[in-house]
Design a protein around this ligand. Structure first.
Ligand code: DQA
Length: 146
């Protein structure tokens, strides 16, 4: 089993970016936590980040055949991108949508997700700990034959 953990725009600035909303953990810290967790779970993991919508589409395409599922924090593209949603539908891999913040307690424009209707499920509001929750959820789904 192998999973791709894919991060969208502005998440490279985690730790410095609006820490009152997103916390003090950097993306490098999160990557290290995910790598340790994947090792403990006995699964493979790749971790990517891009600020470019098309590059994220390419990462989703490349996951086909290379990974069994995706944890996706698409950042603001969650709320805007038909292209990312179509990419997910095109590769037919299970996707867990993830957000550090509770998007439902924030601005109205963050309440709509183009990803959620084609996702296995959504985890939001648990900060950096959400990555581990999403990995467990995805691995559990894959173990069950998903
Ligand atoms: C986010 C929530 C999005 O609304 C926002 O645009 C982000 C980060 C989160 O992880 O909480 O960039 O995906």
């Amino acid at each position: 089993t192998s999973i791709l953990i894919l991060n969208g725009p502005n998440l490279n600035l985690l730790g410095a970016r609006q820490p009152e909303i997103y916390g003090h953990t950097t993306l490098a810290d999160i990557e290290a936590q995910c790598a340790r967790k994947a090792e403990a779970m006995g699964i493979g993991m790749a971790f990517e980040q891009s600020n470019f919508e098309g590059a994220l589409v390419d990462h989703i395409h490349a996951a086909r055949g290379a990974h069994d599922g995706i944890v996706l924090n698409a950042g603001a593209y969650t709320h805007t991108s038909v292209a990312l949603r179509d990419a997910i539908s095109s590769v037919a891999l299970p996707v867990v949508e993830l957000h550090l913040s509770n998007v439902h307690s924030r601005e109205e424009f963050r309440h709509r997700s183009y990803i959620a209707p084609v996702a296995l499920g959504v985890i939001c509001g648990f900060g950096a700990a959400g990555y581990a929750l999403a990995m467990d959820a995805l691995a559990g789904h894959l173990d069950a034959g998903g």
